[in-house]
Design a protein around this ligand. Structure first.
Ligand SMILES: Nc1nc2c(c(=O)[nH]1)N[C@H]1C(S)=C(S)[C@@H](COP(=O)(O)O)O[C@H]1N2
Ligand SMILES: [Mo]
Length: 409
């Protein structure tokens, strides 16, 4: 009979946890026969790498990856769904491109990190008894929520990158709220494990020579290499010079019609053939109503800007756009300086058919109603007859096939 339940896969952990043991230090019950004999018996996991030091070292990488992923996810969410109290600047022009690139890159990097972390700690699944105290039960429940939420976020995020939405719920709000659940349980987990983290933060004398498998250093080197490989294999979605070495990049910055990826084609958006109507005119509803044909728009002062499309799904690409400044249109329509603008697409249904932008964007000289891209007339998939392009904006708000602009009071 083992004394006082020291039979733990984490010797260091049980030493720390023993301070929280049930008062009176009651001997713990024997695990059932199956757990004493079978593949889950004591010692079956090897000691070298299923130890708290390894768990802490992997956690030191996973924690920052989660933190960056969460913060950039919040930024992305609030840039897409701007709350009235929040003013978002239109600069730097690459702001959204960088934060969303980081969101996707850290999310992808977190996949091998989380898998290895789970592998390191999985013997703890079989601790006996399953709940030693209320505190222990709560701790395990937190870990269960954490693992479920983290896996959910990483898997749905990954599937989202390949533009596949196989689930019956809306991706954006669910990914957002489960992100909070994951982050909350990470914070709780860190708080609960603080004594263990502190005890194993520095390399300690308990580091065991790995007689029964790879060394910790080997495991960590392998993990670092896999993080490097998955990052390189995908980051070419957004870092154009790396596109050649990114075999798993789902989209590549310069690949697509007019040297630019297409997110939703005109056919998929159901805007054919309306966008080719020769009678098309842009309507601007403001103090003075404007109605401008494409020819009349082309006769206005044209401006050329180099701006990226940065898709929430993780790819981004720079292009050269030219067209009319939105602020010039607003001035001609007699709009007040700080007016909010609503842009309505010829697309009838669809989440991105209507978009609003506030003065930070409408007054930016780089914000255009674009008529050309990379030196050619916009083709139908890039938004013909006219589309919005603005600096530091999520791709979903770069409205294509513009029909109407409304100055809001
Ligand atoms: N009307 C409309 N505009 C839209 C979309 C859409 O589905 N409908 N997709 C948006 C998304 S998600 C992105 S990433 C960009 C992509 O622009 P591109 O296809 O020209 O590269 O357009 C945006 N504009
Ligand atoms: Mo997008």
């Amino acid at each position: 009979m083992r004394a006082g339940g020291t039979r733990r896969c984490f010797p260091g952990l049980s030493a720390v946890m023993s301070r929280n043991r049930i008062p009176g230090d009651v001997p713990l019950p024997e695990p059932p026969e199956a757990l004493r004999r079978g593949p889950l018996r004591e010692g079956a996991f090897g000691k070298a790498l299923h130890d708290p030091r390894t768990a802490v070292v992997v956690g030191r990488w996973l924690g920052p990856a989660f933190a960056v992923c969460f913060v950039t996810g919040l930024i992305s969410h609030y840039m897409q769904h701007q709350p009235s109290w929040l003013s978002i600047p239109s600069r730097p022009v690459w702001g959204y491109r960088v934060t969303q690139g980081l969101h996707v890159a850290t999310g992808i990097a977190a996949i091998p990190l989380l898998l290895v972390k789970l592998w390191v700690v999985y013997p703890r699944l079989y601790v006996w008894p399953p709940a030693r105290s209320v505190r222990h039960a709560v701790e395990r429940l937190t870990v269960a929520v954490l693992v479920a939420a983290a896996l959910f976020e990483l898997i749905t995020g990954l599937i989202n990158i390949v533009e596949w939405y196989p689930w019956p719920f809306p991706f954006v709000p669910v990914h957002f709220w489960i992100g909070w659940v994951a982050t909350g349980s990470v914070v709780l987990h860190i708080a609960v494990q603080l004594p263990v983290i502190a005890a194993h933060w520095r390399r300690g004398p308990e580091a065991l020579p790995a007689a029964d498998g790879p060394s910790r250093r080997g495991l960590l080197a392998g993990l670092a290499a896999s993080v490097g490989v998955v990052t390189l294999a995908t980051v070419g979605e957004t870092v154009a010079p790396l596109a050649e070495v990114s075999p798993l990049a789902f989209r590549r910055p310069r690949v697509g019609s007019q040297h630019l990826p297409v997110n939703r084609t005109a056919a998929a958006a159901g805007v054919l053939p309306v966008i080719h109507d020769p009678e098309w005119r842009l309507t601007v509803l403001g103090p003075q109503e404007l109605s401008l044909s494409r020819g009349e728009l082309l006769a206005m002062p044209q401006h050329t800007v180099k701006l990226p499309i940065a898709c929430v799904e993780g790819w981004s690409a720079s292009a050269t756009w030219s067209g009319v400044r939105v602020r010039d249109l607003l001035d001609r329509a007699g709009a007040p300086h700080d007016a909010t603008l609503r842009v309505v697409s010829l697309e009838k249904f669809g989440a991105y058919a209507v978009m609003e932008m506030r003065k930070e964007y409408t007054r930016d000289p780089l914000t255009l109603l674009a008529l050309t891209v990379n030196g050619e007339t916009l083709n139908e998939d890039h938004g013909y007859p006219a589309r919005i392009i603005a600096p530091n904006r999520p791709g979903v708000l770069q409205t294509k096939w513009v029909d109407r602009m409304e100055v809001l009071a």
